[in-house]
Ligand binder design. Sequence first.
Ligand code: GLA
Length: 752
Amino acid sequence: MTGRGFLGIVETDYQKTGEGRDVMSITFEQESGIFYLETKESSYQIQVDEYGYLLHLYYGKKVVGRMDDLLTYYDRGFSGNPWEAGNRRDYSLDALPQEFPVQGGGGDYRSPALRVRSQKGIYGCCLKYRDHRILPGKYSIKGLPAVYASQDEAETLQICLEDPVAGIRAELLYGVLPERDLITRSVRLSNFGQERIHLEKVASACLDFAAANYELLSFYGRHAMERNWQRSPVNHGSFVIGSTRGTSSHQYNPLLILADPDTTEDFGNCYALSYVYSGGFQAEAQKDQYGQVRLLMGLSEDQFCYPLEPGETFAAPEVILTYSGDGLNRLSQKLHTGIRRHICRGKYRDGQRPILLNSWEASYFHYDGETICRLAGQARELGIDMVVLDDGWFGRREDDNSSLGDWYFNEGKMGMSLECLSQRLHDLGVKFGIWVEPEMVSEDSDLYRAHPDWVLAVPQRGPVRSRNQLVLDFSRREVTDDIYQRICDVLERGKVEYVKWDMNRSLYEAFSAGTKEPGRVLYDYMLGVYDFLERLTRRFPDLLVEGCSGGGGRFDAGMLYYAPQIWCSDNTDAVDRVRIQYGTSFGYPACAVGAHVSAVPNHQTGRVVSLHTRGIVAMAGTFGYELDPALLSEKEKEEIRQQVKTARTYGRLIREGLYYRLTNPFTDGVGAWAFVSEDGSEALFQAVLLEMHGNMTVSYVRLRGLKSDAWYREESAGRRYHGSALMAAGIPIPANLGEYGAMQLYFKEIKT
Ligand code: GLA
């Protein structure tokens, strides 16, 4: 194209010279109007075109040179041409790839990232480039979780778009972490007009792909069966997943993966979008009339209509993008490291997490202080670090019908004070953890009786109950302040070292008895939760918070910013867990996956699986127990002592090693995976035989990530293996393991 060029960009000295810049991952080319975002293995290009529209040129394998030759200009029937293009019929935003498509912004009929309504009911705005800045370090987002990085690890690009007629400004934010191959996106929307506007849809990231042939991986589920793997072609039309539940949900995880059809675990192109947000979301893959594919990730449109007064700004949650040219496993590893090193925070980010014994499946609501002390005694004997007092210790809670909100210790039931229980546990040398569900209230509670207007409910209508509980209005500061005080008091008095932050129902009514407009309640609710968690983790820097929402109903990168581990599922059945943890592994590191050994027959499925298998499956997560050791035989206790030792021995490798999915337990008869140290010198291989048949055939599982030129010793049998052989021919999974039998092998490089 001729005559196209870029208008009016002012470069700062910082951008021109690069002086004092620790990383040079973002550059701007004045003459072409192109922004180049470079990571170790990927390139991302954006262009400001001659009309000031921001076009997306490319995201994918690292390339050299400008990619605007990919843009094509034809007269396409029934695709509009923006006013300022004059009588050019070959310029249509309905066909051009865009960076932040807006409804009403120049003739794009595809799904937009932003939809705005003015006071007069006019839809749409038309955002054009105004200016940009390139800044050292990674931007943060006030009130929201986001990737963090030091100045020498990241750069920020801020592109400001404006519509003077609508009075709307959009600051697109890009964080580039070159060594991690991560690019983050977010947007800040401001109203600089004279009248209030309403945001009706806000997606933080849009990716337009010119090519047509892709497949999509998404993760669906239900309570106690989260993150099932699904792979399907991107067909014409829209594929939309999301959550309208006010949480990221059990039903769909806020993670989308786009892949070439021939992409496997270790071959091919693929992209991930992971939403750093724990509320409702919407993720879309749209294949348009020209066969182009658009991906969007953002807030759920359901009950969302956010008012912005003149002068106000709205911050959208962040999306993490990553690309792999070497298959899905590598893509997941990039997300794992990104989340582990740039989302998770605090004392437990890198360190060994306490191995815990949780009271829930051991005794549910039926315990007193002595029961918990007995559990602590057993824990100590078995080498377990911590006892977690789960649901039932507060108010008058004997079952799940009462007392949520009454966060004071039930001395009558417990037969002792909180201080006394804590002292007795600590005297035994065992840490003390406690369960809370701060966002909830029971109608049968002193809190609800005192403040019936503190719940989310439609005026004059009875709210929907779920687990017989209602949702507290965390969009209101007086509500969160009150609960915060109650919870802090418990943590302080009990010298509590761990909190399991639970959330056992979905939101339904987005109505606040405060003065708020309904369309902002769900988003403000999440801000309230995040603010609470931020205050809590600052006030108790040594506290370990484990997220939970009926197991894995709020398993997302947003929660991991405050809670470095999340209870992965209420389903503790080792066989189901192989599949749940497999699905989870696509987006999240093993050190985030709360996993426990529980009793058999399993309380959720009735299945009986050996203690050995249960131990191996739980070891692929944070590891702990959820059973009553008093009911175990001496032999089983001895096995647990060994498991605890093993979990400690391999703890670091599991936390910090690279995770390899070696089979797909949704399609294969074996579930197998491995943790391999980054230098390839050691590997922990774990496998479960999921199916047994007559005259059983043998499965061979190939290892990955080892050195192909090194010898290894396998610890249990002492046998030598060559890395090349383990990766080429694999390991036979012996049929005599039996159904649900498991094996674990540890390989260490033999250094001569
Ligand atoms: C949720 C959690 C469980 C347990 C119960 C207690 O379901 O996921 O682990 O804490 O609540 O009520």
